[in-house]
Ligand binder design. Structure first.
Ligand SMILES: [Zn+2]
Length: 138
């Protein structure tokens, strides 16, 4: 069972399996370090039997948002790196076949420009992120 709320003389818990709520009146429960120990075992309509109620671990929506942001950023970065690697391989293949010296020069110029663009973009994204969430990190 998970704890829904606790008031002075009763405890509201909900079934972890079917979400059915149960009200336990004082003194039918004892506080423990993780939640409440129920004096009498509760049998739910779904057959779930429990004699303990715990606080549900709540991940705040802000933490969730931050995780999602980080995930999107990592995915984007990996995509760009993968794209650059593919481009490098394609250009390497071309330069090996036609006029190695000339192509190699072009290839170096292009990747350097791309790298600089990426770094600029990345810095801009970081700045944008900071601007959008003033409370970030507090
Ligand atoms: Zn149930």
């Amino acid at each position: 069972m998970k704890i829904v709320r606790q008031q002075n003389d009763f405890l509201v818990i909900s079934c972890t399996r079917c979400s059915q709520q149960h009200v336990i009146e004082y003194p039918g429960f004892n506080k423990t370090t993780q939640g409440y120990q129920l004096v009498k075992t509760v049998t739910c309509r779904c057959g779930n039997i429990s004699n303990a109620a715990k606080w549900e671990k709540v991940i705040s929506s802000r933490t969730k948002d931050r995780l999602a942001d980080a995930y999107i950023m990592i995915k984007g970065t990996i995509g760009i790196i993968f794209f650059i690697v593919v481009v490098i391989f394609v250009f390497k293949g071309c330069s090996a076949m036609i006029e190695p010296n000339n192509e190699k020069k072009n290839f170096n110029d292009i990747t350097e420009k791309e790298y600089n663009d990426f770094m600029k973009w990345d810095a801009k994204e970081q700045q944008k992120k900071r601007d959008e969430s003033p409370a970030f990190g507090k």
